[in-house]
Design a protein around this ligand. Sequence first.
Ligand code: FES
Length: 105
Amino acid sequence: MSSDKRVFVCTTSELAPGAMKLVEREDGNLTAYNVEGTFYVTEDRCSHGLASLAEGAIIGDEIECPMHFGMFNIKTGEPTAAPCSIAIRTYPVQIDGEQVFAVVG
Ligand code: FES
């Protein structure tokens, strides 16, 4: 039996390529991204501070934090620009019809 939990994040038509969205939830907010037609989900909070990554900017396949402009790879969560040095969590994405879900622990 799986303990995975699916969280609805958006519909496939809701996020155009290059767009992202804040997904608020009690267990920690998420950010959903459309990178060149593929959906990704990460935790929303920057690992460097209290910033919301959904308020940042997508540059290629990276998210730039709005606070100190550190960056992470959206696909892997790895930090790609200082001052970020700790990876953010990424979540597997499942698409059911037009609904996009994140699989959270
Ligand atoms: S809070 Fe994100 S780079 Fe500092």
